[in-house]
Design a protein around this ligand. Structure first.
Ligand SMILES: Nc1ncnc2c1ncn2[C@@H]1O[C@H](COP(=O)(O)OP(=O)(O)OP(=O)(O)O)[C@@H](O)[C@H]1O
Length: 231
């Protein structure tokens, strides 16, 4: 389980996170929603050690990861797929999967990951730039998995993708949940979020202001929307 406790962080002298608290349990999908600029991406980056926390703690199954560099956070089992996918366009699918790998994955082997993504299997020798947007997103997720993730953090994975591809990404996330992965999802598509999440964290002004089960969220969606999502 990923635990984030009183996390504070920002850029230079500008603070963005003002004490973020939440937990991401194994085998569940936890979604973060909130208006633009409330600190959702910064939260993921701070967990990863890409943005330095000024205070607070991040731990995974009791192991303290606070203020550790990103490569140590990855090695501990946290995978991150940033907004915009960021695969290597000139490398093939297989090269993209292997880039930066220090050792062979134990849990999420290449075979197991490629079984999840038959489209990638078929295009294993194709260059990244020759993939569709949806396939690039699948590749970015696959690449995070082969670091043997326990927690997978996805930042707006369906942005700019066609409805059918959004559906496919949702199905992959549900499958990963059923395989015991803890998923932390930042997503603007509320229909998808409702369909695949177990728990919703609402962020406002650098804090988690509500934590709702999916049933509570659905029952109160109109109020949550009005209070926290409309501008
Ligand atoms: N690299 C940066 N340098 C300085 N300020 C930044 C940087 N990245 C983000 N910010 C600022 O931090 C605040 C939070 O941004 P963040 O991207 O975390 O929000 P968000 O909730 O993910 O928003 P969105 O939904 O628009 O992606 C914003 O005010 C933003 O302008």
């Amino acid at each position: 389980m990923l635990k984030v406790d009183r996390l504070e962080a920002g850029y230079g002298s500008g603070k963005v996170l003002f004490g973020v608290n939440f937990q991401v349990p194994k085998g569940e999908v936890t979604a973060i929603i909130g208006r633009n600029g409330v600190g959702k991406t910064t939260t993921l980056k701070t967990v990863m050690g890409i943005v330095q926390a000024s205070s607070g703690t991040v731990s995974l199954d009791g192991l303290d990861l606070s203020r550790k560099p990103a490569h140590e956070v990855v090695r501990a089992g946290i995978g991150y797929v940033p907004e915009g996918r960021q695969i290597f366009p000139a490398l093939t699918v297989l090269e993209n999967l292997r880039v930066g790998q220090r050792s062979k994955p134990k849990t999420w082997t290449e075979e197991r990951v490629l079984d999840l993504f038959p489209n990638l299997q078929r295009r294993i020798k194709n260059a990244g730039h020759a993939l569709s947007g949806g396939e690039q997103q699948m590749l970015a997720i696959a690449r995070a998995l082969v670091t043997d993730v326990k927690v997978l953090m996805l930042d707006e994975p369906t942005q700019g993708l066609a409805p059918m591809v959004v559906q496919q990404i949702g199905d992959v996330v549900k499958l990963l949940r059923s395989e015991g992965v803890a998923v932390l999802l930042v997503e603007q598509n509320l229909n998808l979020t409702e369909r695949i999440s177990d728990r919703i964290l609402v962020m406002s002004k650098g804090k988690v202001v509500e934590t709702l089960s999916i049933a509570d969220f659905k029952a109160d969606a109109e109020r949550v929307h009005r209070q926290w999502l409309t501008i």
